[in-house]
Ligand binder design. Structure first.
Ligand SMILES: *Cc1c(COP(=O)(O)O)cnc(C)c1O
Length: 223
């Protein structure tokens, strides 16, 4: 089933859109099935779960962290994580930088931008991003690279609202790129779209989509 789902979705995707297979809560055997179809990018939202899977699975898997990240958990993923999608504070970015340094690495990050009307969702607004980027602390960070933005749309049946939220994220990306990342060649990514709204995200310019249930089936959090 996983192989079929994956083949179906990869055929539909424009070649320049990267697919992050979101394997949270799913066993390593499921990840291996996707791996054996050629999938290499996987997304997880819990630091320890991701570390355990990293240790168990083939080392050429590219791990993306997509969930809310607590500063005290950064150390578990810093040795191997490829991209952290969910940077939402200077405090977190500083800890990522320091753990990256401790591992003699540079860690790529995306700025999580708040785009939904749901208070419970994390993310910064444009003012917070500007304040962070202009702070002295930020200038000191040598072991992180900011590579773009990420957003999570509202859970809604209203497709126009989702479209507005993704268009807003795209506009925010363009604005930041022009004003604050003009000399930064790696600020290129827009991570948006999940199983229920990835078609809209692609139309609005997503460069990365994050799909879980479309590939692995529904999650059971009570296991
Ligand atoms: C769980 C999760 C996804 C994938 O959700 P699906 O609806 O199963 O595709 C994508 N992004 C984030 C941030 C998630 O937490």
């Amino acid at each position: 089933m996983i192989a079929e789902n994956l083949n179906k979705i990869t055929k539909l995707l424009p070649p320049d859109v990267k697919l992050i297979a979101v394997s949270k809560t799913k066993p390593s055997s499921d990840i291996l099935q996707a791996y054996n179809c050629g999938q290499r990018l996987f997304g997880e939202n819990k630091a320890l779960e991701m570390r355990d899977k990293y240790e168990e699975l083939p080392k050429d898997i590219v791990w993306h962290f997509i969930g809310h990240l607590q500063t005290n958990k950064v150390k578990y993923i810093a040795p191997f994580v490829s991209l952290i999608h969910s940077v939402d504070s200077l405090k977190l970015l500083k800890e990522i930088d320091s753990q990256a340094k401790a591992n003699s690495r540079t860690i790529d990050c995306l700025l999580q931008i708040s785009i939904s009307n749901e208070e419970t969702k994390f993310g910064m607004d444009i003012k917070e991003v500007e304040d962070m980027l202009s702070s002295e602390d930020y200038q000191q960070l040598d072991n992180i690279r900011l590579c773009g933005v990420m957003g999570i749309g509202s859970i809604t049946e209203d497709k126009q609202q989702t479209e507005r939220e993704f268009a807003y994220l795209r506009a925010t990306f363009e604005d930041l790129k022009q004003r604050l990342f003009a000399n930064n060649d790696c600020f290129t990514e827009i991570s948006m779209g999940m199983s229920d709204d990835y078609d809209i995200a692609i139309k609005q310019g997503a460069t990365m989509i994050r799909l879980g249930s479309t590939i692995f089936g529904h999650r059971n959090y009570n296991l």
